[in-house]
Write a protein that binds this ligand. Structure first.
Ligand code: FAD
Length: 403
């Protein structure tokens, strides 16, 4: 298919590292690349390198189930994800890149009176924040999703919370779009360059050791998602993070049949259809700490059972692939964007299983912190010390089973 486009060049330069940069970012995933884009575009900082141990976009940014939404409830998360969704809505224009952002709407199914009360509260919070959230009754869900099993008695469908501006995006296009923009503006994106040490002298960061040699830096940002704890340990830090595997699944390509994202919290299951036609779905974590990027079979069975309970017709589709990614789970389910006690060393971590939707705002606010030394107004609550001070942001209801 590409033979007619011989004039296409690579999307980004492939430079060797310079001996020194103003800012080094550890991790060339969605968040690292977005940070590089906003550092260059908003703050005019281009003496920046993104160091990636594998290839750009080979981590969770290319492994997730692509759900983008702003339906969090608690102060802190609410304004941050609202900020992120607004950035998504202008992202294709900002990057001049088709990231296939599709606001097809997300429906969180309701299966009990208690759950309905909680969702009504959340819908009100979402509207109060300036986003959209509306309750559907059972007939309203049936009209939009007639193929669900409305006869099942284990978890009957009472209705749903409808977030119309939620949807999906093409995950690796997001990484590529940010990478091209950052590279075009002068940021060095260095692949196959693993950071193996962080140099700290008298409490001040001086640079990093890598498989391509030492690189000096005035500031270092750790943006390594599932590997955050390992990277922070290089600076002698112990992060409040546990790493777990999260699996996802895709069927063979089907004709368009599912034009929303649907979440089924009681079965811990969620599903959407990709533009290639595959039904993309997943469930919960594998529930043991691990750095493996493949999951276990009992979880596969659990997810398949949930799929069949909710949407029996899915049993006719063939499962094409399953895969896993390593999640940096924080104790309260919310992320950390902060300075550390080491001068010049910054941390961006704890995205759990929900960091794809955060990609633009994570980059935007982390760039703000790196450039100005002060937190962006939407991340003032996401401090590293909140687990010690007790100011956690326990937003599990808004994160669990939705991704
Ligand atoms: P990554 O892409 O993992 O980037 C981190 C990078 O750091 C990696 O490329 C890694 O190689 C690099 N790195 C690590 N250590 C080093 C080192 N020492 N030196 C150099 N480089 C290093 N989120 C949503 O919002 N919606 C969803 O629907 C959703 N579904 C998910 C489904 C699955 C199966 C998975 C696995 C995740 C899902 N997520 C979802 C979560 C989301 O993908 C992550 O929170 C987010 O991608 C993490 O940020 P990132 O893109 O920067 O991570």
């Amino acid at each position: 298919g590409l033979t007619g486009n011989k004039g296409w060049g690579p999307h980004w330069r492939n430079p060797e590292p310079k001996p020194e940069y103003d800012i080094v970012l550890i991790g060339g995933g969605g968040h690292g690349l977005a940070t590089a884009h906003y550092l260059a575009k908003v703050h005019g900082l281009t003496n920046v390198a993104v160091l990636e141990k594998g290839y750009l976009g080979g981590g969770n940014v290319g492994r997730n189930t692509t759900i983008v939404r702003a339906n969090y409830m608690l102060p802190g998360n609410s304004e941050f994800y609202s900020h992120s969704l607004k950035l998504w809505e202008g992202l294709e224009e900002d990057l001049n890149y088709n990231v296939m952002h599709s606001q097809r709407g997300i429906i969180n199914l309701v299966h009990s009176d208690g759950q309905r009360d909680a969702f009504v509260r959340r819908a009100n919070s979402m509207c109060g924040q300036g986003d959209d959230g509306a309750m559907l009754d059972r007939a309203g869900v049936e009209k939009l999703l007639p193929f669900l099993d409305f006869e099942q008695t284990r978890f009957p469908i009472y209705g749903g919370l409808y977030h119309k501006r939620g949807g999906t995006a093409r995950h690796d296009a997001v990484a590529w779009g940010f990478a091209r923009s950052a590279s075009d503006r002068g940021v060095d994106l260095i692949q196959q360059c693993e950071v193996t040490g962080i140099d700290v002298e008298n409490g001040v960061v001086k640079g990093v050791q890598t498989t391509k040699g030492p690189i000096r830096a005035k500031k270092v940002g750790m943006v390594a998602a599932g590997r955050s704890s390992q990277v922070a340990a290089m600076a002698g830090m112990r992060l409040p993070i546990e790493s777990h595997v999260l699996q996802a699944f895709v069927t063979e390509g089907l004709k368009p049949c599912l034009d929303h994202v649907v979440t089924y919290g009681m079965g811990h299951f969620y599903i959407s259809q990709s533009d290639k036609g595959g039904l993309v779905f997943g469930g919960d974590l594998d529930m043991y700490a691990s750095y493996a990027s493949r999951g276990n079979l009992p979880l596969v069975e659990h997810v398949a059972e949930a799929a069949m309970t909710l949407m029996p017709a899915i049993g006719k589709a063939k499962m094409l692939r399953s895969w896993g990614g390593v999640m940096d789970m924080s104790p309260d389910g919310s992320f950390i964007i902060d300075k550390t006690d080491i001068e010049g060393l910054f941390v961006n971590a704890g995205w759990c299983y929900g960091g794809f939707k955060a990609t633009p705002a994570s980059g935007h606010t982390f760039a703000h912190l790196l450039a100005t030394g002060t937190p962006h107004p939407t991340t003032v609550r996401h401090r590293l010390d909140r687990f010690r001070t007790g100011r956690g942001i326990m937003d599990e209801e808004a994160t669990g089973s939705q991704h």
